[in-house]
Design a protein around this ligand. Structure first.
Ligand SMILES: [Zn+2]
Length: 113
């Protein structure tokens, strides 16, 4: 499951930060999940519950921001939000574009206890 490996990555970041600051646990964690990150909410929840007990994230409050994916048209340079990889440019109708963001998951902020 791809959600589980994502959370393992997040856990790695959280562990490192907690260790650096000699914190026993994490109070809250803010995540940015791109609309094209291919993260399924229920699977993410399930994986979170499976992966975080007995870790620094065990009691962490989880705040999730959904980041709309954006792209820039390679023909007319228009920047626009996309819901799907194959969305067309609203300005010129071209399908040729560069995806700017919204395809990944980022740790935005971690609050240590
Ligand atoms: Zn265009």
């Amino acid at each position: 499951m791809h959600e589980l490996s994502l959370i393992e990555g997040i856990l790695g970041i959280a562990n490192e930060l907690a260790e650096t600051h000699h914190a026993a646990s994490i109070e809250s964690i803010e995540l940015e999940i791109g609309t094209l990150a291919n993260v399924e909410g229920e699977a993410f929840d399930f994986a979170w519950k499976a992966a975080t007990p007995a870790t620094v994230l065990a009691n962490a409050e989880r705040i999730i921001h959904h980041i709309p994916a954006t792209a820039r048209c390679l023909i007319c340079n228009q920047e626009f939000e996309i819901a799907q990889y194959f969305d067309e440019c609203p300005n010129c109708g071209s399908f040729r574009k560069e995806i700017l963001n919204g395809t990944g998951v980022k740790v935005k902020r971690i609050t240590l206890t």
